[in-house]
Design a protein around this ligand. Structure first.
Ligand code: FES
Length: 110
């Protein structure tokens, strides 16, 4: 089992090794990450790995095409492209979101 922590809300879950982040988010009731195209072309799912980058799959060709290399080097990823391989991973939502008041975690009842 791998462990994933979602910041800034500090929500941690154990997930099966090799799970895609989309699968994980579909199963968890207290996490809501927005996904759009799910193909690595829209950028809605941009996030930043804070620690444990080696616990997830390497950037896909779609991520390399979409993201700047310096952003990838700083831990930015497209959540729809990621798998959690093993170990411990901490991520946060992208810090450059248009609406700074938007809080993607946890799920709320709108
Ligand atoms: S959902 Fe569109 S790039 Fe990830």
């Amino acid at each position: 089992m791998a462990k994933i922590t979602f910041q800034p809300n500090n929500i941690t879950h154990e997930v099966s090794d090799g799970s895609s982040l989309i699968e994980v988010c579909e199963l968890l009731n207290d996490i809501s990450l927005p996904f759009g195209c799910t193909e690595g072309t829209c950028g809605i799912c941009e996030l930043t790995i804070l620690s444990g980058g080696k616990s997830c799959s390497p950037p896909t060709d779609n991520e390399i095409d979409y993201l700047y290399q310096e952003d990838i080097n700083a831990g930015m990823r497209l959540g729809c492209q990621m798998k959690i391989i093993s170990g411990e991973l901490t991520l946060t939502w992208k810090s450059n979101q248009t609406n700074k008041d938007e809080k993607p975690f946890p799920k709320t009842n709108y």
